[in-house]
Design a protein around this ligand. Sequence first.
Ligand SMILES: *Cc1c(COP(=O)(O)O)cnc(C)c1O
Length: 223
Amino acid sequence: MYDVKGNIRQVLDSLPEGVRLVAISKYHPKEYIEAAYAEGQRIFGESHEQELRQKVDELPKDIRWHFIGHLQTNKVKYIAPYITMIEAVDSLKLLREIDKQAAKNGRVIDVLLELHIAEEETKYGLTPDALRELLKGGEWRSLEHVRICGLMMMASYVDDMEQIRSEFRLARSLFDEVKADYFADADYFCERSWGMSHDYLIACQEGSTMVRIGTTIFGPRIY
Ligand SMILES: *Cc1c(COP(=O)(O)O)cnc(C)c1O
């Protein structure tokens, strides 16, 4: 097996105070998760509902699962009973569905809003203006079963570290803007989920509170 224990120890040692690790275990077998768990890791991220459900059934109950991928509205009901955080919310429609399913389960579900800053073409994530529009609209305030805890983003997948850094900085400035405008009194709005295997050290320098790391810990994914 890949040296999961050694790798996760190294990653944890490299994180500054105040930055938490979400170990991204998608496509990796449960033995890998158990190895990380044995090192004390409790937060894991997955991006497919069925794979996640199977792992939830087989693994210790004190694991806190984050859903990190694009989530279809028709899948929300399956994860609503147990998910700790849904990281990549990029529409009001999805937010409404999470609220509805959380209510059915008598829960409040923590979510992050996903920003789209990277230059890559992707359908997912809110542009800065779309983020402002969503919050200005105000409907989210009436959704009592979701709690917006911060922002999530992925930087461009490039070698140019200065470009990556500038994208993290833009995300940070949007976080500060939104915090001041809508969440100044909300202590729970405090999460900045950015940084992956190839850029997490920069992300830490640029204000991340939560890094999402897969490959560095578990090795390459076999799809
Ligand atoms: C897969 C994935 C990660 C982890 O990527 P690595 O490069 O393996 O660290 C982080 N965030 C999201 C949203 C992902 O889908």
